[in-house]
Design a protein around this ligand. Structure first.
Ligand code: AVJ
Length: 349
């Protein structure tokens, strides 16, 4: 496993069989589910990056640390909140333009569900396109085998595979896709998750998706659009405080990963729209002066100091189209809702 994972990291030509079965789970009478860990995660290096971010004058925590089991559950609750319009508006666009979108996607593709979470956005598309396989990709390994097991149950005739990897670092699924070289891939990246990345990283991720596409292959993603500040800030600071709990929960994750002693209650949730940078900036603001131990180091935070936990970039349709173009996508179609709050793109290289 390790040797193979290292090969993956170096991007060498490898046979399609060069990643190994890592874990199997059975869903009733369905065939076993393959869940593989992919692209060796250097845990020490990731931890060192996290600590470095925490010790910086303007402390930062990368958003990927939100998603432990509790964080995933809180995010699912966020997606049901009235203020958090993104999933509702996205679903509305999917429903309204379903046929037009389907016409832009290849028949019987390999369906790559990037950041699949619980995988619930995929079934309708997978069935309508008669996808030959479902590939769930997520950093949250825990949820992955359940998602993939469900996928096998939900989509008959479709092979299902789960890949645990941190694609914010690098994405290389070429060996997986080559297993079905005759079937083009659709990379499905809904929910405006692309918004978490600053522009250079977003372009790099989009470009690397493009590098995976064979003729007919497509990127299919959802993007939240710039709108009035009130609606945006409410979406990230809901009345019930679910987003605040989600934000604070990252400190519990950090305590485990970096052996730190943050007290979540000493931090206040903040979500501000920076119109110039066109992004929501989520922070945790110290409610009081405090000292925090991080491994064998210590740092002080004064009341009002903050930790940046997330950017959520908002785009215009034209702006995101330009981003896609700079990432090498040329055939681009977009759909939006009447208020132009959200857009869905299908793009090919
Ligand atoms: C999962 C990145 C799309 O930015 O809207 C939700 C995460 N943060 N509420 C977003 C999130 C706070 C979400 N994404």
């Amino acid at each position: 496993m390790d040797r193979e994972a290292n090969l993956m990291e170096r991007n060498e030509e490898i046979p399609a069989s060069a990643y190994s079965q890592h874990e199997t789970a059975s869903a009733g009478f369905a065939p076993p589910v393959r869940v593989v860990a992919f692209g060796k995660v250097d845990e020490d290096a990731e931890r060192a990056r996290l600590v470095q971010g925490l010790l910086r004058r303007h402390a930062t925590i990368e958003p990927k640390y939100f998603y432990d089991a509790r964080g995933c559950a809180l995010y699912e609750r966020i997606c049901t909140l009235p203020e958090y319009y993104l999933p509702t508006v996205e679903r509305g666009i999917f429903a309204r333009y379903r046929e037009a979108i389907l016409r832009e996607l290849p028949h019987a593709p390999q369906w790559i569900d990037l950041g699949c979470g619980d995988g619930r956005k995929s079934p309708d598309w997978v069935r309508a396109l008669k996808a030959r396989r479902y590939v769930g990709v997520d950093i949250a390994r825990g949820a992955l085998s359940a998602t993939v097991a469900r996928a096998i149950r939900d989509y008959d005739e479709t092979e299902a595979l789960g890949i645990a990897c941190d694609f914010s670092r690098s994405l290389d699924l070429r060996a997986v896709i080559a297993e079905m070289a005759d079937r083009p891939a659709v990379f499905f990246y809904p929910g405006s998750s692309i918004g978490n990345f600053p522009e250079p990283e977003a372009v790099a991720l989009l470009r690397s998706v493009g590098d995976h596409l064979t003729p007919g292959g497509r990127l299919f993603l959802g993007v939240d659009l710039v709108k009035d500040r009130g609606a945006l800030e409410a979406a990230y600071a809901d009345a019930q405080g679910v987003t605040a709990a989600f934000n604070r929960n990252v400190l519990a994750v950090v305590n485990r990963v970096a052996d730190a002693d943050f007290v979540p209650d000493r931090w206040e949730h903040q979500a501000v729209f920076d119109a110039r940078a066109a992004r929501i900036e989520m922070r945790l603001v110290a409610r009081e002066n405090q000292r925090v131990r991080i491994g064998d180091q210590r740092r002080g935070f004064a009341r009002g100091d903050s930790i940046l936990t997330e950017y959520s970039h908002k785009y215009t349709i034209e702006g995101f189209g330009a981003l896609l173009a700079s990432a090498g996508f040329h055939r681009v179609r977009a759909w939006t809702d009447d208020r132009r709050w959200y857009a869905v793109f299908v793009a090919g290289v």
